[in-house]
Ligand binder design. Structure first.
Ligand code: ADP
Length: 552
């Protein structure tokens, strides 16, 4: 801007100065021409007076070194005398401007350039009383010849003018730009003393305010986006058209094992997973895709989608959903189905085998009761298995059809004790109930299932003469059920596993005592639904204590 202002001022000042110089030169020239004309007129008048007195003899006395030309012209225009040229050869002068004026008005003057324009002649003519005209002329250097003659000095003046214009332009342009440079654009309205730029400053201020509010809005949106994506358990990665990471949330950084500093890095370099790389590549080609992949953190569903604008892919969104639990649940379900089928097959085969033997008459009548008893036992096992499987699948569905209600834990324990009194007696195990009433809010079927399975196990895996104690403790914040037995106990390494479906420490013993391998799975699941805490302590050969803490 300074340069442009400088150039403009420089051009204007130089033009003005040069123009002024030319005008002054012209004025000086006209002034001196005027003086010369006046001189010439006086000289002409004097000479005219002399010629009218002395006649042609006046010319004889003329000095040869005279600085002007003198011409005597007859009334018809013929040249009668000329001190420079031969009058006989000279053309008629009637057409000359100064001669015509002199003949008409008594006096006339004119100025004419020579052919080269380098010289100019000025003429003054006066009419004599006899009608003839006396003309005096002087040659004068023209402006052009003067300019050429003074070219050295004129060049010097022009040079001085250029330098002067340059300095003037520089000074002026700086003084124009300096206040603009000193403007505080952070607070445009603080510079309002320059009224010429006040509208501009006001506009600037309003635009700045607008920009500030837009940037605030943008920051807020970005913050919201980060807050949302940060709290997402799903991984989210945004890539631009060249595959650079624009945004990556902590979940994605953790799953892809990259640091969050990888923002701005090339995704193909940061990512190590081949399947994800292929999905992203495909998305860049405009094709959406998803695939279940294995990452160190588990099983994930990776979905890559192209982001389009006017048909052009300008980015890719990669989402990673954790399907580990779903995958595990599916696997568990498959295993469970296989286990159930296997568990069902054994008693069914036994029943079918015994029944076949009886049908074919191979069983002697005295053994019929024995075979019938075996069939009955296996059928009972089948019933228990089916019942436990159904119970477990209802729990798997979240026990949504069951009602929560206030109940007394001690009363439920007494009910279970009564149910199990006969089997306990059969196993020569003493069953006792201790503690006090404890009211809780729970699902009665589930509380009963917990009580029944724990007490049943305590009886089943006990020894003749052993003891089982059920204790109900009413605390301020919880009701605690403790089932203690003096049974065979569970080896340390298997205490976790017994809660798995169909897991049994000793399979044949479990079968012998009528176990299905599902009891503790039901207990664990029911406790989970009720929000109860389950703990187990066991020492092989000494006994087991299982505690369930029901929140109030
Ligand atoms: P089951 O129907 O076989 O009893 P559970 O799921 O109830 O199945 O128990 C799983 C296994 O845990 C049992 O087979 C048994 O080996 C062991 N177990 C459970 N409770 C006790 C206990 N009180 N004392 C010793 N072992 C136990």
């Amino acid at each position: 801007m300074t340069k442009r202002i400088f150039r403009s001022i420089f051009a204007v000042s130089l033009t003005v100065l040069l123009f002024a110089a030319v005008l002054i030169l012209n004025a000086v020239n006209s002034h001196f021409t005027g003086i010369q004309f006046a001189q010439l007129r006086t000289e002409t008048a004097l000479a005219a007076h002399a010629v009218s007195n002395e006649g042609a003899s006046y010319f004889d006395e003329l000095d040869d070194a005279m600085n002007c030309r003198i011409t005597w012209i007859g009334a018809d225009g013929t040249v009668l005398y000329d001190n420079v040229s031969d009058s006989g050869t000279m053309v008629n002068h009637l057409a000359r401007e100064e001669v015509r004026s002199a003949l008409a008005q008594g006096y006339g003057q004119a100025a004419r350039y020579s052919d080269t324009l380098l010289e100019r002649s000025i003429y003054a003519a006066q009419r004599l009383p006899d009608g003839t005209v006396l003309r005096l002329s002087m040659s004068q250097s023209s402006v052009l010849s003067l300019t050429l003659a003074m070219s050295g000095r004129i060049l010097l003046v022009v040079l001085i003018l250029i330098i002067w214009s340059f300095l003037l332009a520089r000074r002026l342009s700086r003084s124009v730009v300096q206040p603009l440079n000193a403007l505080n654009l952070d607070t445009p309205l603080s510079n309002l003393e320059y009224e010429e730029i006040a509208p501009l400053l006001r506009r600037l201020d309003s635009q700045q305010k607008q920009l500030r509010s837009q940037s605030e809005e943008l920051k807020q949106k970005q913050k919201e986006f980060h807050t949302v994506t940060r709290s997402l358990s799903e991984g989210l990665v945004l890539l631009n058209s060249s595959g650079t990471i624009l945004s990556i949330n902590p979940a994605a950084a953790r799953l892809l094992e990259v640091t969050q500093n990888c923002l701005g890095a090339d995704f193909s370099v940061a990512n190590q997973d081949e399947s994800i790389a292929q999905l992203v590549e495909q998305a860049f080609r405009g094709k959406k895709g998803e695939q279940t992949i294995s990452l160190p953190a588990g099983r994930f569903l990776a979905a890559a989608s192209p982001v389009r604008s006017e048909g052009i892919v300008f980015g890719v969104v990669l989402l990673l959903f954790d399907v580990t639990q779903k995958h595990q649940a599916e696997q568990l379900r498959r295993e469970f189905t296989a286990n159930v089928s296997h568990e069902l097959k054994t008693p069914l085969h036994a029943i079918s085998g015994y029944a076949e033997l009886m049908k074919s008459g191979l069983v002697p009548p005295r053994d019929t009761a024995l075979f019938s008893d075996k069939i009955y036992t296996e059928a009972q096992r089948l019933i228990r298995l089916v019942e436990d499987t159904l119970r477990l699948s209802r729990l798997d569905e979240g026990a949504v059809d069951m009602q929560w209600t206030g109940m007394d834990l001690y009363e439920s324990a007494r009910q279970v004790m009564q149910e199990l009194a006969a089997p306990a007696e059969l196993s020569q195990v003493t069953l006792t109930l201790e503690g006090s009433a404890a009211s809780i809010r729970a699902i009665p079927q589930l509380v009963l299932a917990i009580l029944f399975n724990l007490t049943d196990n305590a009886v089943k895996y006990n020894q003749p003469g052993g003891r089982v104690v059920l204790r109900i403790e009413d605390r301020s914040d919880a009701a605690v059920l403790t089932v203690t037995d003096t049974g065979i106990g569970i080896p340390e390494g298997q205490q976790e596993r017994i809660f798995e479906r169909f897991y049994r420490v000793d399979k044949s013993h479990s079968k012998e005592v009528g176990g299905t391998g599902l009891g503790l799975s039901i207990v664990k699941h029911a406790a989970l639904i009720l929000g109860a805490e389950l703990t187990l302590k066991s020492t092989p050969g000494i006994g087991t204590t299982v505690s369930v803490t029901f929140p109030k």
